[in-house]
Design a protein. Structure first.
Lengths: 56, 259
């Protein structure tokens, strides 16, 4: 579980834009990327992000 | 060496070290040195802090009781997991961990009162890029702190020194000289407010054990240091013998830059 203070600090490492936090992943709508959350730790690495599309 | 391959090397080497890193008693994780670092950083209780390439969060956990909040970022999941466990064990509730690269920090501009990194720059392909990112996320008037090994000034000696470090730890890229460290902070637009250096005594066997250096690397390093003691070519490690043990002097520096 990612606490609110960490949510307030994290941005997308690629575009530095705002993120949308889901249960198991973190979405950057601008880059259309989904960053995984593994073992409760957000993985904010561009190489590890999955492609994401708004309809998904 | 390309960036992806180096990143893989860093993760592999630190994955091996994760458990060992947390053990007490090694010269390099000595409480006294951490206390020295924290005192130099002189944190204020309201500070929002970012620890870049935190490892198992040695500095993050040492700072946490003295500031409002610490965010700890590292490339290696095993290190972060161990850091979180130790933070929990210590009852710290104001440290958050995230996986991230120093050269691409997942944090907004002008966010932190202090952005620190400890013993990380010498692992990086692009230390200037990392310090540039650290400066970006520091608020105006905030402090960027770089704590790292320092290479000898003489280029030939620096090359030999870094070669020894790399044999011990393949994820070691290059320790910078004090002049290079200063230039790295200045290139990020920071104004140097303090520079401290310190020689730290290390016991060779323990130092080799920390990275689980392979036997042939251990042998080569011990031989080179022993040869230097016998009048052979200098390694830049400044070896000496005390209490029957082969030791050397590690040069550490803390540079503080104001944004």
């Amino acid at each position: 579980m990612i606490d609110d203070e960490l949510k307030a600090i994290l941005v997308c490492p690629a575009c530095k834009g705002d993120l949308r936090f889901e249960e198991t992943r973190i979405i950057c709508p601008a880059c259309r990327k989904a960053y995984p959350i593994r073992d409760g730790i957000p993985v904010m690495l561009i190489d590890e992000a999955q492609p994401w599309s708004p309809s998904a | 060496m390309d960036a992806a391959r180096h990143q893989e090397t860093v993760r592999r080497e630190f994955g091996k070290q994760a458990r060992h890193f947390a053990e007490a008693g090694l010269t390099l994780s000595n409480e006294d040195y951490l206390r020295w670092m924290v005192d130099v950083l002189a944190p204020a209780p309201h500070w929002q802090v970012l620890d870049v390439a935190t490892g198992t969060g040695h500095l993050a956990r040492a700072l946490a009781p003295r500031v409002r909040r610490v965010t700890a970022v590292d490339l290696t999941p095993a290190m972060l997991a161990e850091g979180r466990r130790l933070a929990g064990e210590a009852g710290l509730t104001n440290v958050a961990f995230a996986e991230g690269a120093a050269e691409r920090l997942p944090c907004g501009d002008a966010t932190f009162d202090l952005v620190a990194t400890r013993f990380s720059l010498h692992h990086m392909l692009d230390p200037r890029g990392a310090v540039g990112e650290m400066a970006r996320v520091a608020r105006p008037g905030g402090v960027v702190a770089v704590i790292d090994l320092v290479s000898p000034d003489d280029p030939a000696l620096a090359a030999r020194y870094n070669e020894v470090e790399r044999r011990r730890d393949p994820s070691h890229m290059r320790a910078l000289t004090l002049a290079e460290l200063t230039a790295t902070l200045e290139a990020a637009g920071l104004t140097i407010s303090q520079t401290l250096t310190r020689d730290v005594e290390a016991i060779v066997e323990r130092w080799l054990e920390m990275t689980h250096a392979p036997p042939d690397a251990r042998r080569t390093i011990v031989e080179a240091l022993t040869a230097e003691l016998a009048g052979g070519p200098p390694t830049g490690m400044r070896p000496f013998r005390r209490d029957g043990e082969l030791r050397f002097l590690h040069a550490w520096a803390i540079l503080l830059g104001r944004r």
